[in-house]
Design a protein around this ligand. Structure first.
Ligand SMILES: Cc1ncc(COP(=O)(O)O)c(C=O)c1O
Length: 404
């Protein structure tokens, strides 16, 4: 039977080679070094992100029956319900539903830094600095002043204060400090409450607003066992993503005082983020807040099992720090002299004859992200089960052996 799969796969590959098309799970056939096939029995385990999830049945039902109106006229009752609920949970006066985390952070930063020539301070590994195209510079004339992020997602607070500008005529004006919680690039690390409290004190003394990119704040809340509003105490604004671990198909929410949100609403319109009858998607967001938070503990347990499983393979070229695994994001290092992260991730996706026989005939496709030349990221989402973690570990073990 498997031979049939091999033959069918080879035919597809052959055709693709002729046409130079992407085949099945491969982004480029040139990366395929051995015999491959696409079987209908393929076990697809997608660790690329917690953004790749499909809406749950409850979300689909809520979306189908959502009562909607024009949200630009502030007439969508479902959006208003979501915003009220979220503001209450975060402990802030008001909230604004926006299309994405990127737009939410951009609106927040531009609302705080409301003059060209302003500057925001943030960690050098934050999403806002690395992965949002420096939108604040592009659209607002705001510069980004980075402080070195420590491995736990924090930064040295004394060092950070050196980055706050004086009122010198030659310098930009510091107008905002931003942090990320949990910290994606630092492997889903949760910022310690004591560190956040100290940061809040400093910001008060220096009279500077604080923004939290809390794309995954509920992962932090579940890890710490405290309500999200405790984590953001003393912050001026917070962005929360519904479309990550909480599984909604789309949407983020920006929170802050009423007056701040009123100004943010104007900016959202200017950026084209007025989504009209978006109660249809906000309805899924309400399901997220109602029923997808507590279950994040399951993702964290699966993440820990994955980290422990890879560490237990004890391969000298792969370094997993199990103690730093707190939530749903595992980032681990490979020895850059011997392993190329991109190539390793490609191998996790492909299936060779040798792998197939080592895996007892199971065609396991593991999708991971090569974060940097020496860093690999695996993210747990709510579709990933403990059994899938076990299967993924079997595939990872077989691929790692190829580097012996
Ligand atoms: C920490 C963090 N902030 C913001 C974002 C941006 O969210 P979006 O993809 O909805 O723009 C992401 C996306 O992965 C993220 O990980």
């Amino acid at each position: 039977m498997l031979r049939g799969f091999f033959r069918a796969g080879q035919q597809v590959l052959q055709t693709a080679k002729q046409r130079k098309f992407k085949v099945g799970r491969f982004y480029s056939y040139s990366s395929v070094t051995s015999r491959v096939y696409n079987s209908s029995d393929m076990i697809d385990i997608d660790f690329r992100s917690d953004t790749v999830t499909k809406p749950t049945d409850a979300m689909r039902q809520a979306m189908a029956s959502a009562v909607v109106g024009d949200d630009v006229y502030e007439e969508d009752p479902t959006v208003q319900k979501l915003e009220r609920k979220s503001a209450e949970m975060i402990g802030m006066e008001a909230a604004l539903y926006v299309p994405s985390g990127t737009m939410s952070n951009l609106i927040a930063a531009l609302t705080h830094c409301n003059q060209r020539g302003c500057e925001m301070i943030t960690g050098d590994k934050t999403h806002m600095f690395l992965y949002e195209q420096a939108g604040v510079c592009q659209f607002g004339g705001v510069s980004i002043n980075t402080v070195k992020n420590l491995p736990d997602g924090t930064f040295d607070l004394a060092e950070m204060q050196k980055h706050i500008r004086s009122r010198d005529l030659h310098e930009p004006t510091t107008a905002l400090i931003c942090v990320e919680n949990t910290h994606n690039k630092c492997g889903g690390r949760v910022l310690p409450l004591s560190w956040l409290d100290e940061l809040v004190e400093i910001s008060k003394k220096r009279n500077l607003p604080l923004h939290m990119d809390g794309a995954r704040i509920y992962n932090a809340a579940v890890y710490l066992g405290v309500p999200a509003k405790r984590i953001v105490r003393g912050f001026s604004s917070v962005s929360v993503c519904l479309s990550k671990g909480l599984g909604a198909p789309v949407g983020s929410i920006l929170h802050g005082p009423k007056e701040f949100i009123a100004r943010a609403r104007r900016l959202r319109k200017a950026l084209g983020g007025g989504m009209r009858q978006c109660g249809i998607i906000a309805a899924a967001g309400i399901v997220s807040l109602d029923s997808m938070i507590d279950r994040l503990a399951v993702d964290h347990a699966n993440g820990l099992a994955l980290a422990k499983g890879i560490a237990a393979l004890n391969h000298p070229l792969f370094k997993v720090v199990v103690d730093s695994m707190q939530t749903n994001i595992l980032v681990f290092e490979v020895d850059p002299k011997r392993v190329d992260a991109k190539e390793f991730c490609a191998k996790l996706q492909e299936t060779t004859d040798e792998q197939l026989s080592a895996l007892g005939g199971k065609d396991i496709c593991v999708k991971a992200v090569p974060f940097e030349a020496q860093l690999i990221r695996l993210v747990i989402n709510h579709h990933i089960t403990a059994e899938m973690v076990d299967l993924a570990l079997q595939k990872i073990a077989v691929v790692m052996k190829e580097y012996n």
